[in-house]
Design a protein around this ligand. Structure first.
Ligand code: BDR
Ligand code: CA
Length: 333
């Protein structure tokens, strides 16, 4: 099988950790690099966490440092990451500290790495984004011609009918709406898949499933379930959900196997815009049904609204914990 050339842009983050380890283990990906952006935690912690996950997975992959703040804040010369909250706990991985090998840290910036890689592989690179879109936006500002040669983007963010950071805005897109705007401006030339809260909300992991990973998933399963302890606390306290939603994993799993969603789950060639001002800053406005008034707006996105959640979990177990598939099906499905 010819491997697909992949770059993952991420802000690890507990659900990023699930997503990254799964992508690292997927044999169909030729992972060219991991680019890091501030988001769930500040850039330094996010970099450490990405390095720790690369070492844990024992893969040979470089990690590229990216933006420490949003486009707007960078223009103002702001230093600090403005987003951090306690959702992902101490250090960003629910208090779990991973061993790192700094030889995996590159001197090249995330944006430059993305540009160079796309230049060398026109029409072949797929980007999976699991955090704010600042690194991609910086690459587009620097070299829009090259960035039009990206093959596909799989982006966790946004929501058609819901928000989680504000009433109407999802965290990743809320963190840098100007960057989202810039990225979707490529959408008529580059296939951009939005995997937002509408679909991730259908995929919660149960407490039983997390327990299963802890008991049967070896070192990786134990560490992931340990990270998720913090997350499940937040889900109960904030949303009265037992278990938790591993948003970023959904984007990676759909990128791995789009057939976990049916044709009717997927809205192709729709117009997507993002609010950049006022109370609804960060909200995605998605014209799922082709309103007549918007007919001249660019068809710049494919938006996912549904998923076969059982197939999603089964495929995840297969990819990350291959030998647990039978046990999972017997006791958890
Ligand atoms: C997104 O925000 C972050 O908290 C998660 O890592 C995910 O990327 C979900 O809204
Ligand atoms: Ca994330």
């Amino acid at each position: 099988m010819k491997k697909r050339k992949i770059i993952i842009d991420t802000d690890p983050g507990i659900d990023d950790a699930f997503a990254l380890l799964t992508a690292f283990n997927y044999q169909g990906f030729d992972l060219l690099g991991v680019t890091v952006v501030a988001g769930n935690t500040g850039l330094d912690s996010a970099l450490n966490n990405a390095l720790g996950l690369v070492k844990l997975a024992e893969i040979d992959c470089q990690v590229y440092p990216g933006a420490h703040s949003s486009l707007k804040n960078l223009q103002k010369g702001a230093e600090a990451n403005p987003y951090s909250s306690n959702t992902h706990g101490e250090g960003g991985l629910g208090g779990v500290v991973l061993e790192v090998d700094r030889r995996h840290l590159s001197n090249t910036s995330a944006a430059d790495f993305i540009i160079e890689t796309v230049k060398d592989n026109p029409g072949q690179i797929e980007l999976i984004t699991l955090g704010p879109l600042t690194n991609l936006a910086l690459a587009i500002q620097k070299d829009p011609v090259t960035m039009r040669k990206v093959k596909k983007i799989w982006s966790m963010g946004g929501g058609v009918q819901r928000g989680n950071r504000t009433v109407v805005a999802e965290f990743n897109y809320w963190a840098d709406p100007e960057a989202v705007d810039l990225v979707y401006s490529l959408g008529e030339e580059v296939e951009i898949n939005m995997i937002g809260l509408d679909v991730t909300a259908q995929t919660s992991f149960t407490i039983n499933e997390l327990f299963f990973l802890k008991k049967e998933g070896g070192k990786i399963g134990r560490l992931l379930s340990q990270m998720a302890e913090q997350y499940t606390e937040v889900y109960w306290d904030r949303f009265r959900i037992t278990g938790c939603i591993i948003h970023d994993l959904v984007a990676v799993m759909i990128a791995i196997d789009p057939t976990i969603c049916s044709e009717s789950d997927r809205y192709q060639n729709v117009n997507l815009r993002i609010e950049t001002a006022g109370l609804s800053r960060g909200q995605t406005l998605v014209d799922l049904y082709g309103h007549r008034d918007l007919k001249d707006y660019p068809k710049n996105a494919t938006v996912y609204m549904g998923i076969d959640h059982k197939k999603y979990k089964q495929r995840f177990i297969e990819v990350l914990f291959n030998d647990l598939s039978d046990l999972y099906q017997k006791y958890l499905l």
